[in-house]
Write a protein that binds this ligand. Structure first.
Ligand SMILES: [Zn+2]
Length: 212
């Protein structure tokens, strides 16, 4: 005779094995991993700067990682003494894990980035845009390839947390080309999928106005 306990054990086992349940569990685990990754990456030394903008970039390279961008930005024509221009990099599986978020030294030390031209001004306040902008680089060339789903999932979480923490308005989340029209197409055609993925986390109305 089959005991009630056996029946219950079999039932819970089959529930756990049910593909839908496994899928939901995996999604919950993935979401938790993204949240934990963002939380870890946001740690910094000392007091936070007064961040008011988020500027999104692509690396315009097929792959890459923080070490490569560090070396690249310290050498060549740029010679940035403070190293990598961006505050955050989100990997695409080529050089970094897909969707992996890493903070650069400029974030850890709360230093101004070098990811946009130093002379740009906030249209509303006249403040120096570079001094107040968090630079996020998604690895990849979005003229040729779309951002990965994992990159977009990490970006969505990062933007949400940054916006909450620093009270950054949605219309102040923009692509590089939107804050510097005519200068760059960065982050390329991928901006559209970025915008879609960000939904209400990212700007659209003022961004299209800025593009004109
Ligand atoms: Zn850019």
């Amino acid at each position: 005779m089959i005991s009630l306990r056996t029946v219950l054990a079999t039932l819970s086992l089959s529930l756990a094995l049910w593909p839908g349940a496994a899928h939901a569990q995996r999604r919950a685990r993935d979401a938790q991993a993204i949240e934990d990754g963002v939380e870890r990456a946001l740690a910094h030394e000392g007091r936070a700067r007064r961040w008011r903008h988020i500027v999104l970039h692509h690396s315009a390279t097929p792959g890459g990682n923080v070490a490569a961008f560090e070396a690249w930005h310290r050498s060549g024509s740029r010679r940035f003494a403070l190293g990598m221009a961006y505050h955050f990099v989100i990997g695409n599986g080529r050089g970094m894990r897909d969707g992996e978020l890493v903070a650069g030294s400029r974030w850890r030390r709360q230093q101004q980035g070098a990811h946009i031209a130093a002379r740009l001004r906030d249209e509303q306040t006249g403040a120096n845009l570079a001094a107040e902008s968090i630079g996020v680089c998604l690895v990849g060339n979005f003229e040729h390839a779309a951002p990965t789903r994992a990159q977009l999932a990490t970006l969505r979480r990062l933007v949400r947390v940054l916006r909450q923490r620093y009270a950054i308005a949605a219309e102040r989340v923009r692509g590089h080309g939107e804050v510097h029209p005519g200068h760059t197409a960065c982050p390329g055609r991928g901006l559209r999928s970025v915008r879609r993925a960000l939904g209400e986390e990212g700007a659209d109305s003022t961004a299209s106005a800025a593009r004109r």
